[in-house]
Every structure is written in C-alpha cells, then in structure tokens.
Design a protein around this ligand. Structure first.
Ligand code: ATP
Length: 237
C-alpha cells in the first residue's frame, strides 16, 4: 500500500534521514522504533506531505504521491495523529471531531463516523460537549485518534501515542490501535516505547540517526539482542 524508497530528508542544509526504504502492506500494522531525534516525526511528516524537502519516492497503491499537497494525500486515505495530541483546546470534543471530517459533505455520514468513534472511545461521547483543553491527557490522545478517524483513513500514521501518558492510558491507546487495525485500517506508528510498539505491530523497523538499522517481524525484533539491550532495557547475557 505505502512504499517509501531511498528517502533522504533535510531541514535546510542538515540531512536528518539518510536514504531509508520501508513498506506498509494493506491491513498491516508496522512500527518504527527509535530513540529521541532518530527522525521518526520527520519521517511521518514527510509521508503526510507536511515537510516537503526530500529526495526519493513515496508511493501509495503504486501512485507517486511525493509531490502532492497534504490535503490530497488525506483525500487518498492517509491521516496522521500528531505527537502531543494537538487537539483544538478551545473547541469541544464534538467540534474537534467535526473538523476531522471537514472534507465529508454528507451530514448523515459525518454523524455515522462520529458514532463509530464514540463506539471505540465511549468516554468521548460522555464528554462530547466538554472543551478539549479540560480533558485529561489520555482523553485528549483518544480525541486526537478519533479526529484522524473522522477522515476515514485507510492508512493511519501515529506519532508517539504513548508520550506523556500514564500506563493505563498507554494501554488504552494501543488497544484502540489494535482494534482499528482489526477493522481494516493499516497503521504505521513511530514510538520510543519499543515494548508497546512491538506488542501491537506485525512488523517493525529500527531507526537510528536517520537510517534503518534493523527490520523484521515484531517477534524477531523482540528476540533481537540489540533491541533487547538498547530499546527494551533488558540485560543481555
Ligand atoms: P523524538 O522522539 O524526540 O520526537 P524523532 O525521532 O521524532 O525524535 P525528529 O523530530 O524527526 O526525531 O528529529 C530528527 C532530527 O531533525 C533532530 O536532530 C531534530 O533536531 C531535527 N529537526 C526536527 N525538526 C526540525 C526543524 N523544523 N528544523 C531543523 N531541524 C529539525
């Protein structure tokens, strides 16, 4: 579905991604794990079309989307849940969800999409008239995921869903991603929380200073001594 080849990304003169290739197949859940500053957010922003200074190719269903604006990539089925939630703080839960569906002209369809988000996150329905800045961090994260879902993505890009959340909310957020994947949404998630990411994903890549250092099934990477030592904090004999 998504294929990224020989991607090089720069900010001005500084190159931060040095020629990486990756794929996400239809229905797959793929994780990109890596430390702070490895280039994970940059990768997602480039796939979404929010950062345009790159070389290499980005294709979706075989079509080159690398020169398309972000709205067109969104129209083709890609949505992004940004790091730090980034909901509109002064709008209600419901208003934030409606913004996610801005390109959907059919009001009945928008209502049905909201109902689907509420079925995934019942707490959002309870809080639907509440101003978003007064939600807990975990609730805001659910809202950020819900808002991305309102665009009916086929491929969801998820940036550090676990950042700043208590473990119980981290679990909930990852459970939601598993459920979405079960419903047929392909997922590319970037994470520092390697244990969680590898528990959710079918396949994963390890990104180190802008290069793919390792790739394999989640199982293979969980058993990899280097991943264990660096990303899972396990002592290796
Ligand atoms: P984190 O887990 O800390 O969010 P990350 O893996 O997502 O890190 P990026 O945010 O993609 O990493 O950053 C990769 C590198 O690019 C870093 O060295 C960062 O300082 C640099 N960088 C990111 N955004 C910009 C920008 N707008 N201008 C210049 N350099 C940037």
């Amino acid at each position: 579905m998504l294929r990224v080849e020989n991607l090089v990304v720069r900010y001005g003169d500084i190159q931060v991604i040095h020629g990486i290739s990756l794929e996400v197949g239809e229905g797959e859940s793929v994780a990109m794990i890596g430390a702070n500053g490895a280039g994970k957010t940059t990768l997602l922003r480039t796939i979404m079309g929010l950062h345009r200074s790159f070389e290499g190719s980005i294709t979706l269903d075989g079509d080159d989307i690398g020169s398309l604006p972000a709205w067109d990539r969104s129209r083709r089925g890609i949505a992004m849940v940004p790091e730090g939630r980034r909901v509109f703080p002064d709008l209600t839960v419901e208003e934030n969800l409606m913004i996610g569906a801005y390109s959907q002209p059919d009001a009945g369809k928008v209502k049905a999409l909201a109902a689907e988000v509420y079925s995934l996150f019942p707490i959002l329905e309870e809080r639907r008239r509440q101003v978003s800045k007064t939600l807990s961090g975990g609730e805001q994260q659910m809202l950020a995921i819900g808002r991305a879902l309102m665009a009916q993505p086929r491929l969801l890009l998820v940036d550090e869903v676990s950042t700043g959340l208590m473990p119980i909310f981290v679990d909930k957020a990852f459970q939601a991603l598993i459920e979405l994947n079960r419903r047929g949404v392909s997922i590319l998630l970037v994470e520092q929380n390697a244990a969680m990411a590898l528990a959710v994903a079918n396949r994963a890549y390890v990104l180190e200073t802008g290069k793919i250092a390792l790739a394999g099934s989640a199982r293979e990477l969980l058993d990899n001594p280097r991943v264990k030592a660096i990303y899972l904090g396990e002592a290796v004999a």
